[in-house]
Design a protein around this ligand. Structure first.
Ligand code: KG4
Ligand code: ZN
Length: 382
């Protein structure tokens, strides 16, 4: 495949190994969705990771009125706070820009207006302070996020479940990601947010649905579990969301108990779907690598029922179960800084002309071979 010269992967293919002066200290910026985040991470030669500072600002209150993330509002909110967060992480780490080894930013996938804010800030710092700039794939940040907290060895199986993504990824090594499954339509977090909207529970929907489900009967409504009987590890959640809507509209004068029962049935269904497809991916992974670690990341990993379902599955299959602390499960700057540091020590530095990519699959070859969602001008999404 011939890559565009502006393609971040192209820059990395052209990389020349560089002499590393250990440890390396990298500023990472994240602004691809509705969290603005900055962090400074130090990577040591023995693989030890030190988080020197880490700030996250969420925009929930700005999007709550709309029941979902509004891209224009998100982009403006990133612009308003990014400089302040950068100043704050430098102050907390007691560092000057000149003491950094590189600046990294999420270059995609994500909402383009937001991605540009982080990228342009990072490029400006790189240019002004004569530092290398590193364009990071947001999904790669999530893929290596468990290493922010624990020294977990490669290879491992990752289930990434957030508001924007639902993917099963074989993380063979840094830079070697193989997609085993992906959603064909909505992400799991999106299904939680839409269900919360249908049931008028507020935004973000995940925690609201989880709280409401506590007093509900999860067996009352039989909801669709799409794709489970088909071969493969892909997901589909749009039929589930439509079923929730149909059932809710068909109920006569629904009361709080109906709401709780529907929220509980929905949560049980998502848990079963995630566990079932992860079990299939585990089979493929085990054949290749044996049972190692099952890692769950992304905002939906905060859900206790989903965590328990996956922990039980891991235990049955002889895998160790790892759920990073929530701060590193959801969008954060530390995972971008760590990915940046890993690229830096491999000499994989981006040019300042590199473009943002609203769509940027982690496993580019699988996305071209088997696009699971529409291809379009911007290329495959997942
Ligand atoms: O990873 P994240 O913070 O942002 C991205 O989408 O990248 O994930 C946010 C998603 C939202 O859809 C939110 O509703 C969901 O994670 N979420 C949850 C819970 N907490 C957050 N879903 C289910 N249960 C939760 N407790
Ligand atoms: Zn994310």
């Amino acid at each position: 495949m011939d890559l565009d010269p502006n393609h971040p992967d192209k820059q990395e293919q052209d990389a020349v190994p560089r002499q590393t002066n250990w440890p390396v200290t990298v500023l990472g910026l994240e602004s691809s969705c509705d969290d603005t985040a900055a962090a400074i991470v130090r990577l040591h030669k023995d693989g030890q990771v030190e988080i020197l500072s880490d700030c996250i600002h969420n925009q929930n209150s700005q999007h709550a009125l709309f029941g979902g993330v509004v891209p224009e509002i998100a982009a403006r909110a990133h612009v308003e706070i990014m400089d302040h967060l950068i100043g704050q992480v430098l102050a907390e780490a007691k560092l000057e820009l000149s003491e950094l080894d590189a600046v990294a930013a999420t270059a995609g996938p994500g909402l383009i207006g937001g991605v540009l804010v982080g990228m342009m800030s990072a490029k400006a710092i790189a240019l002004g302070s004569d530092l290398p700039f590193i364009a990071v794939n947001h999904l790669e940040g999530h893929a290596i996020s468990p290493r922010l907290d624990t020294h977990i060895a490669f290879p491992y199986l990752l289930l990434l479940v957030s508001g924007g993504h639902t993917q099963l990824i074989e993380v063979a090594a840094f830079g070697q990601y193989h997609r085993l499954g992906s959603t064909l339509d909505d992400a799991a977090g999106e299904a939680f947010d839409k269900t919360a909207k249908i049931l008028s529970l507020g935004f973000p929907g995940g925690p609201a649905v989880e709280a409401c489900a506590k007093t509900g009967d999860e067996t009352r409504f039989d909801l669709p579990r799409t794709l489970l009987r088909r071969p493969g590890c892909d997901f589909s959640f749009s039929g589930l969301k439509s079923a929730v809507q149909r059932i809710w509209q068909a109920l006569e004068n629904p009361g709080p108990q109906d709401k709780a029962d529907l929220a509980a049935s929905f949560q049980r269904t998502v848990t079963d779907i995630l566990a079932r497809q992860t079990a299939k991916a585990m089979q493929l992974f085990t054949e290749k690598h044996g049972a190692t670690h099952l890692v769950v990341a992304g905002g939906v990993a905060a859900n206790q029922m989903i965590r328990q379902g996956l922990a039980k599955l891991a235990d049955e299959q002889g895998y160790a179960f790892v759920a990073p602390p929530l701060r590193y499960c959801t969008d954060n700057g530390a995972m971008i800084a760590l990915a940046g540091a890993e690229h830096l020590i491999r000499g994989q530095i981006s040019q300042l002309g590199v473009a943002a990519r609203p769509r940027w699959p982690l496993d580019e070859s699988a996305a071209h071979r088997q696009p699971v969602s529409g291809s379009g001008k911007k290329g495959p999404k997942s």
